[in-house]
Every structure is written in structure tokens, then in C-alpha cells.
Write a protein that binds this ligand. Structure first.
Ligand SMILES: C[S@@+](CC[C@H](N)C(=O)[O-])C[C@H]1O[C@@H](n2cnc3c(N)ncnc32)[C@H](O)[C@@H]1O
Length: 207
């Protein structure tokens, strides 16, 4: 298997405070959803588990899915070091694979913009949620492409228009779509000017 940008970045992923800050902002908003310790959840694009490991103790189980073997290796080491028993790393790329389980909750953080075929993947996520299950998607607001200007490999979307994404979810059969800004990343552009990049969390129910 060829190594991608995430395999290469995995070892140092958790060393950047900005990533930990963002993950905390996202997990603390997901934590406000009606979670309970009987829920079976999946995080899609879990990386090293910065978001998922924060939420796992509120859930019965968490399948931590990612297409990067490098990210999953780091996550496995953290799970074993912390003695976590209810998080199950899984190699998964829904462009090629299917997911047959029935989850109560699916969440994803900063992964959607790396997915070439969003419609196909959202349809698969819909399929593997139970009726009444919750989806929670955090990603960048639509931007001008400058967010990834230094590292464009694997970037498929320059963020998302909230209205369009909400309509996509509704077309698939989701209801009660709700969205709010959970964090703003500040990054310098090529002219040295700091630019704000808001991050939203969109939640919805299946059916
Ligand atoms: C920007 S990182 C975010 C990681 C983590 N959610 C976090 O907040 O730290 C995007 C993650 O999506 C994963 N990813 C990219 N394309 C994917 C795909 N097609 N299927 C599953 N995971 C994917 C990458 O391997 C990476 O771990």
C-alpha cells in the first residue's frame, strides 16, 4: 500500500497544539448531543483519535475508522497505553468498502474535505446508522483554497457551503439538520496576513 500524507504525518500528529485545540472544540460540542453508555458509535476519519478518545467514555463502543494505516497504528498504541477497552480501530475507506453495522451515532472531524465522492460516502453513512441515529459532521466552511495552500495533496473540497451540505443530508433522508460554528482556525496566507477559517458542526437524525 502506498503511504499517503496522513501516514507520513501520523507520528507527529498529536504534537501540534492547534490540532488538539480544534479536536477539543469539536468533541466538546458533540458531547452536548444526547449520548449514552448504550450507544454504538463510529468515527469516520478518526486519525489518531483526538476527537473519538475524548468521547469514548460516554459510549458503549466506538469503531474508530480511517483509511490511513499510519494513523491507525498511532491510535492503537494510545488505546493500549491508556488501557481503553471500548474503542476498536478499523481500516475503512467507504469509497471502496461497505459498512454493514447499525450505529446509533456516527461522527467525523475534518475528514469530509478529503473525500472525493461525498455523496456516495454520506449515503453509506446514512445506510449504516439505525433509524433515529445521529450524524455529526465537523469541517471547514467554504474557503478560497488558501487553507491547504502549503499541502494540497489529498484535498478534494475547499470546505463546504452549509446550505448545500444540509440539503444533501435532507435528500438522503436525514431530518432535524442543525449547524453551528464550533471553532475558528487562524492561519497566515501567502501574503503573511492572518485569515480566519471557521469550522462548523452539522448534526442531523436519520429519518
Ligand atoms: C485532517 S485528518 C483529521 C483526523 C482526526 N479526525 C482529527 O481531528 O485529528 C483527516 C483524516 O481523514 C482520514 N481520511 C482521508 N480520506 C479518508 C477516506 N477516504 N476514508 C477514511 N478516512 C479518510 C485521514 O487518514 C485522516 O486521518
Amino acid at each position: 500500500m502506498t503511504e499517503n500524507r496522513f501516514d507520513t504525518a501520523a507520528t507527529d500528529w498529536d504534537k501540534e497544539n492547534r490540532r488538539i485545540e480544534l479536536a477539543k472544540a469539536i468533541s466538546s460540542q458533540i458531547a452536548l448531543l444526547p449520548l449514552n453508555d448504550e450507544m454504538r458509535a463510529m468515527e469516520y476519519g478518526c486519525g489518531t483519535g483526538l476527537v473519538g478518545l475524548d468521547l469514548a467514555n460516554r459510549l458503549a463502543s466506538l469503531v474508530a475508522a480511517d483509511s490511513s494505516p499510519g494513523m491507525l497504528e498511532i491510535l492503537k498504541a494510545k488505546i493500549s497505553a491508556q488501557g481503553i477497552k471500548n474503542v476498536f480501530p478499523q481500516h475503512l475507506d467507504l469509497h471502496h468498502d461497505d459498512c454493514e453495522q447499525d450505529f446509533d451515532l456516527i461522527f467525523s472531524a475534518m475528514t469530509l474535505h478529503h473525500l472525493a465522492d461525498i455523496d456516495c460516502i454520506l449515503a453509506k453513512l446514512f445506510h449504516c446508522l439505525k433509524p433515529g441515529g445521529i450524524i455529526a459532521l465537523a469541517d471547514l466552511e467554504e474557503e478560497d483554497g488558501s487553507f491547504h495552500q502549503d499541502n494540497p495533496e489529498g484535498v478534494m473540497h475547499h470546505g463546504f457551503n452549509r446550505g448545500k451540505l444540509a440539503r444533501n443530508l435532507e435528500r438522503l433522508g436525514f431530518s432535524a439538520v442543525h449547524v453551528n460554528t464550533v471553532h475558528t482556525i487562524r492561519r497566515k496566507n501567502s501574503h503573511g496576513d492572518e485569515k480566519p477559517y471557521p469550522v462548523f458542526l452539522m448534526t442531523a437524525l436519520k429519518g
